[in-house]
Design a protein around this ligand. Structure first.
Ligand code: ADP
Ligand code: MG
Length: 672
């Protein structure tokens, strides 16, 4: 199906073409690919009291017509499965003249068992099997009717008649009993029954996933062909380092560490996605990788999405590497120019072994001496371009992404198919799950007494709001006014601080430091505290307008508390009366597993919202659904791997690969 054929070719009128353009339909192909979003299906239903029913019956009396003013009522009786039912329909007086005793007709309406009657919304003067069974319904903009749109699609399909080629290799068509693409496209628009729709979707979903999986595997394979650097390091030194850590690694930390070390020693470039629940201990795993990389004679970079987090990682690494000779530096945007220049110089000369920082790490001025490993934390906040820029600072740099929005392993393997996936599920011993409670209130009043008791016992509390200031407010509480209210309420007793993303970095760091040192007891903030910050004495968290946050986000937030030996409590305030919103939040009361939370969240809100739209690099699928069609997603992955290795000569396969190559060049999607 060629892409660029303009709609004019179909002899559609110019003013109509403009309307179609409004719907992002510019070519004949776009028209064919604008699928119905649902179907109206007329098929017999059982008679269930008070439900919508569709039945075929025989007319057994003379219809009676009554008028009241301009309104009319038509009543008649039908025989259905040996019994008669009274049917009433309003304002269809014109039906009467074509109705005659003994004819078969179809009644659509609401059944009342008590009255043995049907109040009809429609009466068709035909037997059921003569009614066009399935009517597609399109999402359309004003000015175009369903009927005219169907006409355009019909023209478009006729235009392509016999010219639509299968995109699925013949062996797989046979293996999965798929119908041809041309038929699938015809049936998706003009099905005569449910089976047609199912068959059409089977082809289209499979093709969509296969193309995606082939792309992923293609990228992966071409990377493997890039010879990387085989890193060699002293295993004894590395083991000593691991033994000296302040804790014993969990089972999954050990497993992930091994996977990373194996990758580093391989000749291919590492491309690993490490996902773990908040608090599962990803940082130390990254640190071990950085140490191995250092021992092999290379520099490492750890990139964090915010200054607060970069700073914290820096502090953690300083502690972890205290007994070593590793030289660590922190590079962020707000350092003085002189300090930056000093770091640039020492990076270039190779005096710095590991640099931690924000996006400042890949600015043009930064040159590395021998960059060997790049780790980015909280992956979804960085675009592909930024990661690429950092990787290009060295040659065949090994690459690792740490993500704190974990998703089920099978899904991760499928969606991040171009990377190898490590999963850290086991939590460090002794972690108590945070106790979470939904409070149906827009204010803190119901828990104020408990909060005061908690503060009196010496604890600290986070208060999280969806917005910074009132001007943004849409019925939501903002951090600034909550801060002011709490400040005056607790005046003379407790110190209240305010933290949000619009503050400059120095102020943010200062507030955070004061909270860490318990000079501030209540920290009112936006989600800037979401990632990373570690204050073990803060074990309460109150979240205002919790319904405005994603579940994974709340899970991240509550990961800030209960990090020491203390029990953490998280209160979700909401005045939402929507039962869906409440149900979502209540899920967090019973579930503390980040994998399950994100899965539930993904299902309810979709991957774009949860993982951060385009930046996540997650594909948008037109027909297939990663949850409903999870089995096809997995099957197509295996097929794609097999296909790529088979070096098939199938014309459909060759066409697909050519398309994928073109697309990758255009979008510059390669990281290497
Ligand atoms: P995250 O995976 O959320 O980034 P961190 O790496 O910040 O988690 O680790 C959370 C906390 O758990 C840190 O204070 C870290 O020192 C600690 N930690 C990590 N691994 C272990 C372990 N195996 N046993 C005990 N504590 C650990
Ligand atoms: Mg982390």
């Amino acid at each position: 199906m060629s892409k660029e054929i303009p709609l004019q070719q179909l002899k559609i009128k110019e003013n109509r073409i403009l309307l179609l353009n409004n719907m992002d339909i510019y070519s004949v192909r776009d028209l064919v690919l604008h699928f119905p979003y649902r179907y109206e299906i007329i098929e017999a239903t059982p008679l269930i009291d008070n439900e919508k029913v569709i039945i075929e019956g025989v007319l057994v009396d003379e219809p009676k017509l009554f008028y009241k003013g301009r309104l009319s009522r038509l009543t008649f009786s039908i025989l259905y499965q040996g019994e008669t039912y009274r049917v009433t329909i309003f304002n269809r007086h014109f039906l009467k003249k074509n109705m005659h005793n003994g004819m078969t007709l179809t009644v659509i309406g609401k059944y009342s068992q008590k009255n043995h009657s049907i109040t009809a919304s429609d009466v068709k003067l035909k037997p059921l099997n003569e009614l066009s069974g399935v009517t597609p319904v399109y999402s359309l903009k004003e000015g175009i009717t369903q009927k005219s749109f169907q006409g355009y699609v019909k023209k478009a399909l006729a235009f392509y008649h016999n010219h639509i080629q299968d995109q699925v290799p013949i062996s797989l068509m046979v293996k999965h009993h798929l119908i041809h693409k041309e038929l699938a496209l015809n049936l998706i628009h003009f099905p005569s029954n449910k089976k047609d729709i199912i068959e059409a979707l089977r082809y289209l979903k499979y093709e969509e996933f296969l193309r995606f999986q082939l792309t992923m595997q293609y990228i992966k394979l071409s990377r493997k062909e890039n010879i990387g650097i085989k890193k060699e390091f002293d295993h004894q030194l590395l083991n000593d380092f691991i033994k000296k850590l302040p804790f014993k690694l969990t089972e999954d930390q050990v497993k992930t560490t091994k996977e990373i070390l194996t990758d580093l020693q391989k000749e291919t470039v590492m491309y690993r996605f490490v996902q773990g629940d908040v608090g599962s201990g990803k940082t130390v795993v990254g640190a071990i990788g950085l140490y191995a990389n250092y021992l092999s004679g290379y520099q490492g970079a750890l990139m964090a999405p915010t200054e607060i987090l970069a700073n914290q990682h820096y502090q953690s690494l300083i502690k972890l590497f205290v007994d070593t000779n590793v030289e660590i530096a922190l590079l962020t945007g707000h350092l003085s120019n002189a300090k930056k220049q000093d770091i640039y110089d020492r990076l270039q000369s190779g005096k710095i072994d590991i640099v931690v920082g924000t996006h400042a790490l890949f600015q043009e001025k930064v040159n590395y001496n021998k960059l060997g490993l790049v780790i980015t934390d909280e992956q979804h906040r960085f675009g592909v371009k930024q990661r690429k820029a950092l990787k290009e600072k060295g040659k065949q740099v090994d690459f690792m992404v740490m993500s704190a929005t974990p998703i089920p392993r099978t899904l991760a393997i499928s969606l991040y198919g171009d990377m190898d996936v490590s999963t850290i599920k086991t939590m460090p011993a002794g972690r108590k799950p945070v106790i979470t409670k939904v409070i149906k209130s827009s204010s803190m009043r119901p828990i104020l007494k408990d909060l005061k008791n908690y503060l009196a016992s010496g604890g600290q509390c986070y208060v999280v709001c969806p917005l910074v200031s009132e001007s943004e407010a849409l019925n939501s509480r903002d951090a600034t006014s909550i801060y002011q209210a709490m400040k005056s309420y607790f005046q003379g007793h407790y110190e209240v601080g305010l933290l949000h993303g619009q503050m400059d970095d120095e102020t943010k760091d200062e507030i955070m430091a004061r909270f860490k040192e318990n000079q501030i007891q209540i920290l009112v903030s936006t989600t800037v505290i979401e990632v990373g910050v570690d204050v073990s004495n803060a074990n309460w968290m109150v979240i205002y307008n919790a319904e405005r946050f994603g579940l994974s986000q709340i899970h991240q937030l509550r990961g800030r508390i209960g990090r020491g030996s203390q029990q953490g409590y998280c209160f979700l305030l909401t005045n939402s009366s929507l039962s869906d919103a409440l149900k979502r939040l209540e899920f967090l009361e019973s579930c503390n597993d980040g994998f399950e939370v994100s899965y539930y969240d993904l299902k309810m809100r979709g991957p774009g919202d949860v993982l951060g739209d385009q930046q996540s690099g997650l594909p948008v699928f037109l027909v297939a659904d990663i949850f409903e069609d999870a089995n096809i997603l997995e099957i197509s992955r295996n097929d794609a791997i097999e296909l790529l290795h088979s070096k098939s000569n199938d014309p459909a396969y060759l066409r697909l690969i050519k398309e994928i190559e073109e697309q990758l060049t255009v979008n510059n999607k390669y990281i290497d």
